[in-house]
Design a protein around this ligand. Structure first.
Ligand SMILES: [Zn+2]
Length: 92
């Protein structure tokens, strides 16, 4: 019984591995070709809503041509004050 579950898990894991991008595919996508499908290079891609979490956000994008689906993943890179806090003005 548990063997069958293990086998199913292993199969699912392999399936996911097969779908992963090569380092080269990732690099060209991140360095400018992110308006194209990383798999078939079609420009007919569509993004879903951007999900935001502490420290980063991501957007699932899918290809209308080959039906691949992937996540564009963004990480926090900088911070800037838009409105100074009341504490800062009092200490001056
Ligand atoms: Zn595609």
């Amino acid at each position: 019984m548990s063997n069958m579950i293990d086998e199913a898990r292993e199969k699912a894991r392999k399936n996911i591995m097969d779908k992963q991008l090569t380092d080269q595919e990732k690099e060209s996508y991140i360095n400018g070709a992110s308006n194209r499908c990383p798999k078939c290079k079609s420009e007919d891609i569509a993004g879903y809503a951007i999900e935001v979490d502490a420290g980063g956000c991501w957007q699932t994008v899918s290809c209308n041509e080959c039906h691949a689906e992937w996540n564009d993943i963004y990480t926090l890179r900088d911070v800037e004050i838009v409105i100074e806090s009341d504490d800062d003005t009092q200490s001056n």
